[in-house]
Design a protein around this ligand. Structure first.
Ligand SMILES: [Zn+2]
Length: 427
């Protein structure tokens, strides 16, 4: 079917007429350089991913991760002007985080802009000169109420103190939203490939979405169209950087089915709420707690792949058994896991963390990555048996047999065959 181009007039929100502005050639001569890892912000330079002022851009990609596509729809629909400049009055962080020594090492943090929350202070002169610099990190305060914490209070495991845990059952937190900002040379070195290889594969696997990846080696910073992270801090955020204050921590990867909807095939939400409970308890006894939540749905394979795997697990001959748990994922996705925890410790270094006293996780991949990045880990806290949902036994036993941390016995091959999940039509 032939498409009539005249059926697509320039969007009313666009101000540049009908011609397309290619980004793949250097037209931004004079834009500010980024010296990743520089100790002084004025030398490091601001990250400028604006789409409205092209000449200022010094990165590949744009702000808001995957939501940039919705921004395009808003412009296309005439609801948003490309010329809109964010009014950042009163948006400053509620708590100041850093700067910490880790911010000034170009290899310690490669997937976050450490200065992303404090652009008003770090780049005040640049902002005053008219540069369209936007925060990639926002820090605010909240009260969070989850039913599992209310139940912990009812059962006497937690006692409200009016400071960390309110009589209403709500916990008092500082929460931080973080958008990814990738320093490509640093990302390549984490994954053991060359920067050229990384740029080429990113270009090809996004369907050629960002030509500058291959045409603009001078641009070293990429704002990828992926989900970011949210950090929940219990207690004083500045205590996170003090290794003498006991830190309870969990790094959690998104699982919408369990985290939000309570699906019982995995242990994600029970682990998350268990970590919140441990963080509250630790903070009440003079420590500090942190839960870092990453948007890496379904082991970063996405939810469609995840649900396909569920069906493949439950329909295979012999039903859903722990010994076939990882094999079924690999059949559908080609790999068992795409979360690649190599980038995960960046957020901990951004918070200034040097020691985690109580690490609420069974994952050996997370543990190895954190310790390998130079953060000390003390006790490893696993999930209490009573919190494991019935149908999630398959997942947890398969993980323990694969090397996930457990203080108890590791199931052998025969035991894994016996651990069986519910069928698709069982009640
Ligand atoms: Zn899950």
């Amino acid at each position: 079917m032939a498409i009539d181009a005249s059926a697509f007039p320039p969007a009313t929100g666009a101000s540049h007429g009908g011609h397309i502005r290619l980004t793949s050639h250097a037209s931004s001569a004079g834009s500010r350089e980024i010296n990743w890892g520089a100790a002084v912000p004025s030398h490091r330079g601001p990250v400028i991913g604006t789409t409205g002022m092209r000449a200022q851009r010094n990165v590949i990609g744009t702000h808001s991760g995957s939501y940039s596509v919705y921004r395009a729809l808003a412009v296309a629909a005439g609801a948003l002007s490309r010329e809109h400049r964010a009014d950042l009055t009163n948006t400053a962080p509620t708590d100041s985080i850093g700067p910490y020594p880790q911010w000034c090492d170009p290899s310690t943090i490669v997937s976050i802009d450490p200065w992303g929350a404090m652009i008003a202070e770090a780049f005040s002169a640049e902002l005053a000169s008219g540069l369209d610099i936007r925060p990639t990190i926002a820090v605010t305060k909240a009260h969070v109420s989850v039913p599992e914490i209310a139940e912990a209070i009812t059962r006497g495991r937690l006692v409200p103190d009016g400071r960390v845990l309110l009589p209403s059952g709500a916990a008092v937190v500082t929460k931080v939203a973080i958008e990814p900002v990738w320093f490509l040379p640093g990302i390549a070195s984490r994954f053991g490939c060359t920067e050229t290889e990384l740029r080429r594969v990113l270009f090809e696997e996004t369907g050629g979405m960002f030509p500058e990846l291959v045409t603009r080696p001078d641009l070293e910073v990429f704002l990828p169209p992926i989900g970011g992270q949210t950090v929940y801090i219990f207690g004083n955020p500045t205590d996170l950087a003090n290794p003498d204050v006991e830190l309870t921590a969990r790094v959690h990867d998104e699982c919408n089915g369990s985290d939000v909807f309570g699906s019982d095939i995995c242990t994600c939400r029970p682990y998350l709420t268990h970590a919140i409970e441990e963080c509250i308890r630790g903070t009440q006894s003079g420590g500090v707690g942190v839960v870092a939540y990453s948007r890496k749905e379904g082991r970063a394979l996405g939810e469609v792949t995840k649900f396909l795997v569920y069906n493949a697990r439950k329909r295979q001959e012999g039903g859903d058994t722990a010994d076939q748990y990882f094999a079924r994922t690999e059949c559908v996705a080609g790999v068992q896991d795409m979360r690649f925890q190599e980038l995960m410790p960046d957020v901990l270094h951004w918070l200034g963390i040097r020691k985690i006293h109580r690490f609420v996780s069974m994952s050996n991949m997370k543990y190895d990555s954190i310790v390998g990045s130079g953060i000390e880990v003390g006790e490893r806290v696993n999930i209490p048996e009573s919190l494991i949902p019935l149908d999630a036994r398959v997942e947890i036993d398969a993980k323990m047999a694969a090397g996930y941390f457990t203080p108890g016995p590791v199931p052998d091959a025969e035991a894994l065959k016996r651990v069986k999940g519910r069928g698709l039509t069982d009640d």
